[in-house]
Structure formats: structure tokens, C-alpha cells
Design a protein around this ligand. Structure first.
Ligand code: ZN
Length: 304
């Protein structure tokens, strides 16, 4: 379920269940209307973010993932704030508000993107399409010609690519994005300092982890869909992400967020491996009815 206004947030908070909210980024100004960057509203306006946080702080109680056990059976009006991907705008625009209302939160880092400031595979395609001036493109990989002459058609293409990527198996999606960009003859940078792309640095992660409100979890090393990888590959993604958090920021996390978080993003073998590596909770993007009441299949509500 997507929560896109205060009324929905209110209804959700008033449910008997624990509400775990998923954010990605918080930005200062909205891109212009012809822009396809942020068309899925992954980054929300700072004013809207403050409205939500203020409401939650006045009407509910924020808890952390470490407090789920002790609150079991009593989740009425309790909620957890989470952020995926580790955008620098979490520090720049979200943190001042979270500090103002004293709200604890967790940020799940894609560890290879930190410091290197890498743009995720899907954001790279979004940038390329946003900057594109061609009316049509042909992709031999997708075996299709696409119209890109207006915003609607650009979004159609981006959703098509998203679904295609989510169907791929045993593929490094960062490499795939590079191949697809060559295929459609478009360019996209590997890193950028714009508010929509810039990632947190380890310096900021270390600083934030001492503020008493920010906690960090892992979100793989390269944002590949773990459940679509071979055993050796997903184990590597998990181990490197945990080791990097420890080495770069001295963080021994107990919390994981599966990239994309849908049904096939994880499986029982992956959960077993996470448990073996001392992980205690893992979040998905699944709906409550799909939640099997397991702390490794925690559902979240996408707030935009
Ligand atoms: Zn993500």
C-alpha cells in the first residue's frame, strides 16, 4: 500500500499492527513537470515529510527494530521509520526534521554506493531517459521500439525496463544498465552530486551513528536482487555489505533490507544465511497480508 496523504497515514497508524514506513529520499524542491526524474516520487518534498513526521510524533510512538520483541502484542499507534538506499539527502533534509521531533530511524545502506557515490542501475536509466532528446529509440535487448516524445511515453519505457530488470536472473543489474544504455545509445553518469542521486559518505554515516537517533542497516553491496542471484553471489553480496559496514563505520548491524523487497527478492536460504550472520530482522516492501509474521519478512508502507 502506498501512503500519499495525511488521512491515509492516520488510518494506517491507528491500525492494531505495527506500521513500518519506507522512505527513500527527502528533497527541497519539486522537479519541473516535464521532468521524469523522481516520477515515482521516491524522494518526497521536505514540507510534506515534516507534515508526516509532526503528525506521527504527536499521535503515535516511534520505536526501533530492536524494540519489536518487547512491544509484541501492543503495536497500536507504534511505528518505525526506515529509509532505503542511503541518499545524502537523508542527512541534509530529513535528519534536521527527525532531530526536531526526536524520531529514531534506520537507514539501510547499499554499501558499495557509499563514498564512491554511485548511482543505482535504475536511477542511471531514469537520468538517461530524462536527458534524452530523441523521439524514438530501439533496443535490440528488449526487442522493441519505444516512443520517447513525451513524459507519458518516457514513463512507459522506464516502467517497462524496471519490470524487465526484475525478471532477470543471475545478472548484475549495474552491469546490465551499462549494456542497456549502450544498446539504446544513451549516456548516463555513474555518479552525481544532485540531491536526487548523491549518496551518504562514510564520514556522515559515522557522524550520524553517534547522534542517538540514526541507526544503519545493510541493503546489499550493489543493490542486486538477492533472490535472483546464485547462492555464491547472494552470499557474497550479504557478506561484503556486512563487512563493509563494520570496517568503514564500525557498525555491527542486526538489520537487513532486501533490495526491491518483493516476493522473489528473498527466499528461505537467504533468510537462513542472514540468521547465520547475526541478522535479527529483515524488511520487505510486501503488504501485510503477505507478511507471514516473521521478523525476516517485515512488511512496510511506502510513504510518498
Ligand atoms: Zn533500494
Amino acid at each position: 500500500m502506498i501512503i500519499n496523504n495525511l488521512k491515509k497515514l492516520k488510518n494506517n497508524l491507528n491500525s492494531r499492527d505495527l506500521s513500518i514506513y519506507l522512505f527513500h529520499g527527502v528533497i527541497k524542491k519539486k522537479p519541473n513537470s516535464s521532468n521524469v526524474r523522481n516520477y515515482n516520487l521516491k524522494h518526497i518534498d521536505q514540507k510534506k515529510f515534516e507534515k508526516y513526521i509532526k503528525y506521527l510524533s504527536e499521535h503515535g510512538k516511534a520505536i526501533t527494530l530492536n524494540e519489536i520483541e518487547k512491544n509484541k502484542g501492543d503495536f497500536f499507534k507504534k511505528y518505525i521509520i526506515t529509509f532505503d538506499d542511503g541518499f545524502h539527502n537523508n542527512y541534509k533534509y530529513a535528519l534536521p526534521i527527525l532531530k526536531k521531533y526526536k524520531i529514531p530511524h534506520i537507514i539501510y545502506l547499499t554499501t558499495n554506493y557509499v563514498d564512491k557515490n554511485l548511482i543505482s542501475w535504475i536511477d542511471r536509466i531514469d537520468i538517461a531517459i530524462n536527458n534524452n532528446k530523441k523521439k524514438f529509440i530501439y533496443s535490440s535487448i528488449l526487442r522493441k521500439r519505444f516512443r520517447l516524445d513525451n513524459r507519458k511515453n518516457k514513463i512507459y519505457f522506464l516502467n517497462f525496463v524496471r519490470n524487465y530488470c526484475k525478471s532477470l536472473r543471475d545478472t548484475d543489474l549495474n552491469k546490465f544498465a551499462e549494456i542497456l544504455l549502450k544498446d539504446i545509445k544513451l549516456y548516463s553518469p555513474k555518479s552525481s552530486n544532485s540531491d536526487l542521486d548523491k549518496k551518504l559518505s562514510w564520514k556522515h554515516v559515522k557522524k550520524m551513528s553517534k547522534n542517538g537517533l540514526s541507526e544503519f542497516g545493510a541493503h546489499s553491496h550493489n543493490h542486486n536482487i538477492l533472490g535472483h542471484l546464485k547462492e555464491a553471489q547472494y552470499k557474497k553480496e550479504i557478506l561484503i555489505s556486512l563487512k563493509t559496514l563494520l570496517k568503514k563505520a564500525n557498525i555491527k548491524t542486526k538489520h537487513y533490507s532486501y533490495p526491491e523487497g518483493f516476493k522473489t527478492s528473498f527466499n528461505n536460504q537467504i533468510i537462513k544465511f542472514l540468521k547465520k550472520n547475526k541478522i535479527k530482522t529483515a524488511v520487505t516492501t510486501l503488504l501485510p497480508k503477505e507478511n507471514k509474521n516473521s521478523s525476516f519478512k517485515l512488511n512496510r508502507f511506502f510513504v510518498i
